[in-house]
Every structure is written in structure tokens, then in C-alpha cells.
Write a protein that binds this ligand. Sequence first.
Ligand code: NAD
Ligand code: UFG
Length: 341
Amino acid sequence: MHVLVTGGAGYIGSHTVVTLIGAGHRVTVVDDLSNSSEESLRRVGELTGQPVAFHRLDVRDRRGLDEMFARAASSGHPVEAVIHFAGLKAVGESVVEPVRYYDVNVGSAVVLLAAMHDAGVRRIVFSSSATVYGDPVCVPIPEDAVVQPANPYGRTKAVIEGLLRDVAASGTGWQVSLLRYFNPVGAHPSGRIGEDPTGTPNNLLPFVAQVAVGRRREVAIFGDDYDTPDGTGVRDYIHVVDLALGHVAALDRPPAPGTPLVVNLGTGTGASVLEVIRTFSEVAGVPVPYRIAPRRPGDVAACYADVSVATEVLGWKAQRSLADACADTWRWQRSNPNGYR
Ligand code: NAD
Ligand code: UFG
């Protein structure tokens, strides 16, 4: 299948492109490189043995998208499906710049769907997030839990999910899969591609990796007085290669037109901040100093997925452990201490 991957130069996108090509799909990437580097795609080409077809494009650029779809069609390989990763994802930034978040995230989805409509492409897999559940009413969280995002980033995801539900219900043959990721971590086992945050990492694993490699002094654990077994926050850390395989499964098993398929992609198990630090330190064989800091505003105690829909409907299950993710993150971090730069 010819798959257009928006945001394909980014963290999850680049791993998914490797997996798609490995599964025999033809891939075209569009990305404006606003949070990534073309070097990731060069390395994807190295890993897969073929250069990646790439257009540097803002997804809100309607004319650019139209030209891309037209070129693919006239080459005899029309785009058949889209995986839409492109967007902004920093919760804190979204609180300060909500308009930019709605513009980029919702704006990109609207333009992309209009271009797909005109190009006759009716199949989309969308990167949603467990953040749409907000402070979850129960764990593990099933897909029919109430959607109540607690920040502007999460609300852009909920708005796009709503838009895609309407598109699916329009009676025009759209097949829509909404994938709600829990906490993506890890890197490709080659150590050639991985997560490359700019500035101070917001997320736990990249921060721990930078402490382990000596770029930062210690990890601040945001709260040890939560109602969890050791008092620190519990999350569902899903290896990015498993996540990539989840996208291939979603392409292979599209829902019938009419109602979107909504699927949690997680492991189904939670790990605490202390467990993550301990596992990373053991796997890397280096100490990871930490201190207990105040809670981070907006954090919840525990968030992990009910993964029964993924297992039953997609035939997909995460295979890689937290230790695997730590080992792969460490390999990536050690061999690329400054990421792609
Ligand atoms: P990322 O920032 O590494 O990748 C996003 C890519 O989209 C980047 O390469 C960026 O340059 C590109 N991009 C941004 N705006 C664009 C635009 N207007 N036009 C074209 N390209 C644009 O992020 P990621 O971690 O790979 O996340 C991918 C998707 O998964 C995002 O939609 C994100 O919201 C979602 N998601 C991520 C996480 C996570 O923790 N990483 C969790 C849940 C959901
Ligand atoms: N944490 C620390 N210290 C740090 C960073 C994080 O103690 O320096 C803790 C947090 O308090 C939390 C856990 O580590 O308990 C995980 O935090 P992350 O920031 O890595 O992940 P979150 O679960 O807070 O958020 C992530 C993404 C969001 C997404 C959400 C749900 O960053 O975009 O998962 O999918 F919405």
C-alpha cells in the first residue's frame, strides 16, 4: 500500500516509516521539520536500504498537499492511506500558546482531510493520545472511558477525534482509526534513530537518559506522595517499535466505513517513576541520581491502558519490556549524545 506519513521525520513517525517499509509498504513523508531533522530520514533510508520519498511541507499548505497527491497518482502509485502524526505535542507550551496549538493541530487535520477528500483517499490513521482521558476515572482505562482532556493540547486531540467521527459518519466511505498512545519510549535497536527533544526534555525517559550520560546532574521526581505503591506517578511506557507495529496492524485491519475504530496503544501495565529510574540505571550500569521535588501541576497518579481492543480487533500486543526500552534508549543516547545534531 502507498502510505502518506505526515510528521514522518519525528520520533514516532521515523520508527513507523522503518516498520512500514519493512512490512512492504511504499511510503511518502511530508514534514515541515519544525520539530525534527532531515537526518532522521537519511538514517531511516540507511536502515531500510532505500531513500525515503520526502516533501518538506507544512500540512496546512493545501496547494503543496494537492501537488503531492497528484504527483503520486500520475506516477502510477496513488496514495491509498494516510498516517497523520504531524502536530505539536508539548502540554505546558499548549497552555501558554493555545491558539498556535489549535491552528497547527486542528488546522492541519482540516486541510489534510479536505485534500484527501479531493484526491479520493478515504483511509486515515490518526495519532491521538491517552491525554484525552484527563484524570482517568479508573485504571486500566478502556476506550469508552469519558473523554475529558485537562489541557489545550489534549483538547486539540479531542476536537480532531470529533471531526474524524463526523467524517466517518458522512456516508462517503471513510475508514478512520483513532490510536490513543500511552507513553511512547525507547528507540530503534540499531541506536541510529531515537527521540531527540530540543532543550530540556519534558518527558521522563529522555531526561533520565541525559542524566545517565552526564548531560544533567539529577532527575527531579515530581512527587512521592501519590496514591500508588511507592508514591511516585505510574504510567504505561510503550516501546516505540511496538507502537510502530501497532500502526501497521491498524492499516492491515481498517474498520468498516461509518464508525471509527478507537484503540488504546499501551502495554496494559504501569511502572512508577522510581521503577523507571531503577531499571534504567541497572540496564545502563551507571548511577542515575535523583531527588524528590514537588508534584508537577496537572499530573495524575496513575494512567495505564486496557489493551483488550488492540489485542482482539488489531491482533496486536506490545512485546517489548521497560528494560528493552531503557536499553534501546541508552544505546541511542550514548552513540548520539547530542541527538541528530
Ligand atoms: P514529534 O514532534 O517528534 O513529531 C511530529 C512531527 O510533525 C515533527 O517531525 C514535526 O516537525 C512535524 N510537524 C509539526 N507540525 C507540522 C506541520 N504543520 N506540518 C508538517 N509537519 C509538522 O512528535 P512525536 O512524539 O513523534 O509525536 C507524533 C504524534 O503522536 C503527534 O501527533 C503527537 O501529538 C502524538 N502523540 C505523541 C506522544 C508522545 O509522548 N510522544 C503521546 C501521544 C500522542
Ligand atoms: N516525571 C518526573 N520527572 C521528570 C519528568 C517526569 O518525575 O523530569 C514523572 C511525571 O510526574 C509522571 C511520569 O514521570 O509521573 C511521566 O511523565 P512524562 O512527562 O514522561 O509523561 P506524562 O504521562 O506526563 O505525559 C505523556 C506525554 C503527554 C501525553 C501523556 C498521555 O508527554 O503528551 O503522556 O499519553 F498526553
